[in-house]
Design a protein around this ligand. Structure first.
Ligand code: ZN
Length: 240
């Protein structure tokens, strides 16, 4: 991989793609450049194709629900692999494993279906080429603390003050518009880059920014740290 291209793709969540590209260029020692597109560069500008990527039922794989209309009122979740096909049209035919890595930053909620538990899960990173990075999925994918869920459920059951619970726990997890989001997206971008370089995005070391954090505490302590573990730190220079 000689180059990374970072696309602002429906990224109204305030991620500075120029700063992200500069970070990746420094961290990986490769050429990195940003692309901020107009309407044509956005998935909702692709002739209505975005709507066709929406998930109607989180408990069925996409091929079994293609073309079905999502129920009204639900949060719009998009199938990551379907979005990648739109992203490929934006990134162009040069998006191949041996060419530049294209990274698309979006605020769409992105999920993939997991056969293991037969349902969709929100994914902050869908590593491929192009790769997707989703700010909404960084908020809603990794789980919040058990204490938060317990208190939020108790507040709902008793008609109590849900806003107070949110405020009390806000520092523990990413929220929409979070000032820590840029740091988290840097870590997820490193995972996408590591996948492009080695075929493996994740690291078992719970302090490494490549850690596959299933909890928000891990997103904030590891992914958003931007720090590689000793093994990955030593390896990275030889990979690019
Ligand atoms: Zn590591």
């Amino acid at each position: 991989m000689r180059e990374i291209v970072v696309h602002d793709w429906q990224a109204r969540a305030g991620i500075d793609v120029a700063a992200l590209a500069a970070f990746l260029g420094r961290a990986l020692g490769v050429e990195a450049s940003p692309v901020s597109g107009g309407a044509g560069m956005r998935p909702d500008g692709a002739g209505g194709a975005l709507g066709a990527c929406r998930v109607a039922d989180v408990k069925r794989p996409f091929w079994r629900q293609r073309g079905e209309a999502p129920r009204d009122g639900g949060v719009a979740l998009y199938d990551g692999h379907e979005l990648l096909r739109l992203a490929l049209a934006v990134a162009g035919p040069g998006a191949s494993p041996r060419g530049a890595l294209h990274v698309m930053v979006t605020d769409l909620l992105v999920g993939t279906y997991d056969d293991a538990d037969a349902r969709y899960h929100a994914r902050p990173v869908v590593a491929s080429n192009p790769s997707l990075l989703s700010t909404a999925s960084a908020v809603w994918g990794p789980a919040r603390s058990r204490r938060y869920y317990g208190e939020a459920m108790a507040a709902r059951a008793s008609g109590g003050d849900g806003a107070a619970v949110e405020a009390a726990h806000a520092a523990e997890h990413l929220v929409e518009g979070d000032a820590r989001m840029a740091a988290a997206i840097r870590g997820y971008a490193m995972q996408a880059a590591m996948y492009a370089l080695t075929g493996e995005a994740f690291c078992d070391d719970a302090s490494c920014c490549l850690h596959d954090a299933h909890w928000q505490s891990g997103v904030l302590s590891a992914v958003a740290s931007g720090q590689l573990c000793a093994a990955h730190g030593a390896a990275i220079g030889g990979l690019t």
